[in-house]
Design a protein around this ligand. Structure first.
Ligand code: ZN
Length: 79
């Protein structure tokens, strides 16, 4: 009977140890390595056809010969 109690205590000890390990593993898996913020839209950078300055494509002025940094350079480049 005494050995049965010791056996039960050991079993409970092992069970508690395994439970702790499982919680640790779950916590490790739940920690996100990095928050995913969706597909990142990379802004395309274009060069002015006159002065070759780089600027984001939405800010560029489109002309006949290409893209320009400003309206003045567009006139200069298209002329
Ligand atoms: Zn320019």
């Amino acid at each position: 009977m005494k050995y049965l109690i010791v056996f039960l205590v050991v079993l409970v000890g092992i069970w508690l140890w395994r439970n702790n390990r499982r919680v640790e593993l779950r916590d490790k898996n739940q920690t996100p390595p990095r928050p995913v913020s969706g597909p990142k839209q990379a802004t395309e950078v274009v060069a002015c056809a006159v002065c070759a300055v780089h600027l984001p494509r939405p800010d560029a002025v489109p002309g006949k010969q290409g893209l320009y940094c400003s309206d003045a350079h567009r006139r200069q480049g298209d002329a």
